[in-house]
Design a binder for this molecule. Structure first.
Ligand code: ADP
Ligand code: MG
Length: 569
């Protein structure tokens, strides 16, 4: 056996621990949620690996997490018989937080306990929450299929030690030596209470010893029993996969708690859709719309998303095959009865079943959002403010649902002239003027620029509403969104503006006169600008600016041209 070996934390780890302990102090019981969820994850991994190699079970397939406490010693122990870790894995996963995100995590800590505990999940530093209540943590683990075990120990301050151990059973055992003033957690009621708050929905049993009721004699004195009774385990959480239960038996609190578990979020979800699909395809899905954007929403490789299960066995986190990009903020579970248990990432990419489940799930999410927009406009607005820029990728990405996505989009508009995007295309259409056939918009690279665009003058003068687009994604969105409700979307900066039908007879007379009068100067201008522009025309789109540049109908909008230039085209 190897001697005890000391290692240093990376510099950030000390810092991380101090900040985390400080900022989560008001919510310290989450340490139990994090450690139980790690145990449950470890069991999921074992079950998945055992699909192809069932010797990994070593004859013990009864996967569970056990929680024990010792009031006298002031300790809490969390134990699982999951996949365990090798010495190297302990160093990689627990020892160093060598994960690239740590620095970023630190920079994002805000001091707000609710926000920060959400970050912990997203960055995968949950294990360290143990130090919120413990001044020493001792982890002993044996990986499935291995004979060697190792003990990792740390006070959370001066690095950690590693030492060979002789753990017979597979899995991981974590002993928390509680700080003097955290004694409250070495208590059965307190622990049960925390477990049922945070871990009811974990599909794995979380076990504790039964409360031992003392036996009394006739006089009401505690019986002195000669033989100590063998302690008995009992399951203290509900231990049912939430999505397999009937909707009518699930409370909103349970839905929310499950959401927080799978999404590593601390805030409640905005809405969810729970479906039990039977027939040609059989699957269950539970899909959530979060309230707050995940940190990695704009990163190409984001964590989590939809969790794929096959017959209740966790298979993988999948973000690409089960939800399109423009709905990448959706969190949830899809549990299929049709896929093989040994389904691989490669199979997922071109699988008919997966494709159908995806299609139906997209419809569910769009329906959920549509309902929210209609029935809870304020909630919907908060959704839009948070995720609107993502949904705007929809019309180009998902042409089959274009019309439905279009209804969900919210715009800034000259109607309100405020930056808040709260005008729908339906609102716009309902306000269209007699004779107006198109939906007008202007794009610019800021809201102020859009709002002050000279192209708007004639529209403002005539009282015609124009949508003001200034998000980076808007040109891309407009590419996919060419019409709505049978009406064409028309840039006010492109081509001929046919506002003719909206002009009165007098206006038209007036315009004709102006055009005739302008002929000489037009000719002069054309000569001077000959090699710079295609044409010089009298415009009726301006009321106070003397001139403006107009793009041909086929030209890329200016902003798109700038984007392409920036991208090096
Ligand atoms: P996360 O669970 O988000 O990855 P944690 O800090 O909670 O982040 O855990 C870090 C890593 O340590 C896990 O990803 C896992 O590889 C490993 N780990 C933690 N607890 C256990 C356990 N009980 N059994 C096996 N591996 C574990
Ligand atoms: Mg974890």
């Amino acid at each position: 056996t190897q001697a005890k070996e000391s290692m240093q934390f990376q510099t950030e780890v000390d810092q991380l621990l101090q900040l985390m302990i400080h900022s989560l102090y008001s919510n310290k019981e989450i340490f139990l949620r994090e450690l139980i969820s790690n145990g449950a994850d470890a069991c999921d991994k074992l079950r998945f690996n055992a699909i192809s190699d069932d010797t990994l079970y070593e004859g013990d397939g009864d996967l569970r997490v056990e929680v024990e406490f010792d009031e006298e010693a002031n300790t809490v122990t969390i134990r699982d018989n999951g996949i365990g870790m090798t010495r190297e894995q302990v160093i990689d996963n627990i020892g160093t937080i060598a994960k690239s995100g740590t620095k970023e995590f630190l920079s994002k800590l805000s001091g707000d306990a609710a926000k920060d505990s959400n970050l912990i999940g997203q960055f995968g530093v949950g294990f360290y929450s143990a130090f919120i209540v413990a001044d020493k943590v001792s982890l002993t683990t044996r990986a499935a299929g291995s004979t060697e075990s190792v003990t990792w120990e740390s006070n959370g301050k001066s690095g950690f030690t590693l030492e060979a151990a002789d753990k017979a059973s597979r899995g991981t055992e974590i002993v928390l030596h509680l700080q003097e003033d955290e004694k409250e957690f070495a208590n059965g009621y307190r622990l049960r209470n925390v477990i049922s708050t945070y871990s009811d929905h974990i599909s794995l049993p979380v076990m504790m010893y039964k409360n031992e009721m003392p036996e009394y004699d006739e006089e009401g004195n505690v019986k002195e029993s000669d033989e100590p009774k063998a302690k008995e385990w009992e399951v203290v959480n509900k231990a049912k996969a939430l999505w397999t239960q009937p909707k009518s038996e699930i409370s909103d609190e349970e839905y929310q708690e499950f959401y927080k578990h799978i999404a590593h979020d601390y805030t409640d979800a905005l809405a969810w859709s729970h479906n039990n699909v039977e027939g040609k395809l059989e699957y269950k899905s539970l899909l959530y719309v979060p309230a707050k954007a995940q940190m990695d929403l704009w990163e190409p490789e984001q964590r989590n998303g939809i969790k794929l299960y096959v017959q209740r066995v966790f298979i993988m986190d999948d973000t690409k095959n089960l939800m399109p990009n423009y709905l990448r903020f959706v969190r949830g579970v899809i549990d299929s009865n049709d896929l093989p248990l040994n389904v691989s990432r490669e199979i997922l990419q071109s699988n008919q079943t997966v494709e159908s489940m995806k299609k139906a799930s997209v419809k569910k999410v769009l329906g959920l959002l549509d309902k929210m927009a209609k029935n809870e406009p304020e909630k919907y607005q908060s959704f839009w403010d948070e995720f609107g820029k993502v949904v705007k990728e929809g019309p180009s990405e998902d042409t089959s649902n274009k019309e439905q996505i279009a209804k969900l989009i919210r715009f800034s508009s000259t109607e309100t002239d405020v930056e808040k995007q709260n005008v729908s295309l339906e609102d716009y259409v309902s306000r269209m003027q007699e004779g107006q056939e198109k939906i007008y918009y202007v794009t610019a690279d800021s809201f102020t620029a859009a709002k002050n665009s000279p192209h708007l003058e004639v529209f403002r003068a005539k009282g015609i509403e124009v949508l003001l687009l200034s998000d980076r994604v808007d040109e891309w969105m407009i590419n996919g969104l060419t019409e709505f409700d049978g009406k064409q979307l028309q840039s006010v900066a492109k081509g001929e503006l046919d506002l003719g039908s909206l002009d009165s007879e007098e206006d038209k007379e007036e315009q004709k006169k102006t055009e005739e009068e302008a002929q000489p100067i037009l000719k002069q201008l054309k000569d001077v600008l000959a090699d710079k522009v295609e044409d010089v025309r009298v415009s009726h789109r301006l009321t106070s600016s003397p001139s403006c540049i107009v793009l041909g109908e086929q030209d890329m909008a200016l902003y798109m041209q700038q984007l392409m230039k920036q991208a090096g085209h």
